[in-house]
Ligand binder design. Structure first.
Ligand SMILES: [Zn+2]
Length: 267
């Protein structure tokens, strides 16, 4: 009689355990991704550089950003910002150190496992050599162009002797979740990053759209191939469930919740 009773309790406890375990698994799985937009600077930039058809004719507010994604046990950086005092001064940027901002998320440079570079302009690639454990993804022609034209000896040397580089032509699929895709409108191999979460498609635009407003149908003013930029913008406009994540737009901080004045929590 007593044995029967214990058996019942055992099965009941087992059931409770299995239920709790599946609930925890469900939530863990749902939380497998966190996405943050990090703003390391604010300045102004002339509208003729931002818009192909300049409708303002004056300097406009312009932010300087990169993104960080925690995905399963990976920490992925999309672009790096830069640490160069002369550039900060010449562009009159109200500037915060990108590494200091990362520390608010308990991330130091060694923890970055993957670094995606959308293109090779200084504000996207400047700190690429500071993440010693990261694999680095960049479009092939973009890197070739950088190697031929850049005068940044430190970065040139870094890219020359690097066995962690992953070069791609048209696209690269990272962890079966992120699609890195060449557009080639802003620069020769400028790329975007796409991923889906809860039926929403997110697109980190690189500088194919400086601002969300560019992706609304207003091509950029600084371009390599304006047709490719226009085609990308048309594609964005055809998609209904799409969220634009540019790298120079303070609006991100009005749309998404914030961790502090410089970090927005996208997901
Ligand atoms: Zn940029």
């Amino acid at each position: 009689m007593l044995k029967k009773k214990y058996k019942k309790i055992f099965y009941l406890l087992l059931l409770i355990f299995l239920f709790t375990f599946s609930v925890v698994l469900f939530f863990l799985n749902n939380k497998k991704i966190e996405v943050y937009g990090i703003k390391y600077g604010d300045s102004f930039y002339h509208s003729k550089n931002i818009y192909y058809e300049d409708k303002f004719g004056k300097p406009l507010p312009f932010s300087w950003m990169f993104y960080v994604i925690k995905y399963k046990n990976k920490i992925i950086l999309i672009d790096t910002g830069f640490n160069n005092e002369a550039l900060v001064e010449s562009l009159a940027i109200d500037y915060r150190d990108p590494f200091y901002l990362l520390s608010f998320l308990n991330i130091n440079s060694d923890k970055i496992t993957d670094l995606i570079l959308t293109h090779s302009h200084f504000d996207h690639i400047g700190n690429a050599d500071k993440f010693k454990n990261a694999k680095i993804y960049i479009q092939r022609e973009e890197l070739e162009h950088f190697k031929k034209n850049s005068k940044d000896k430190k970065l040139l040397n870094f890219f020359e002797n690097n066995d962690k580089l992953v070069l791609f032509d048209d696209y690269y699929n990272l962890y079966n979740f992120f699609e890195i895709k060449k557009i080639g409108g802003h620069t020769i191999g400028s790329s975007i990053v796409l991923f889906k979460h809860n039926n929403i498609e997110y697109v980190i635009t690189g500088d194919e759209c400086y601002l969300i407003d560019n992706c609304d149908g207003n091509p950029i003013g600084t371009y390599y191939n304006i047709k490719k930029n226009r085609d990308f913008i048309s594609w964005v406009k055809e998609n209904e469930n799409i969220r634009i994540l540019p790298l120079h737009d303070n609006k991100i901080f009005n749309i998404y919740p914030v961790v502090n004045n410089f970090i927005a929590k996208i997901i």
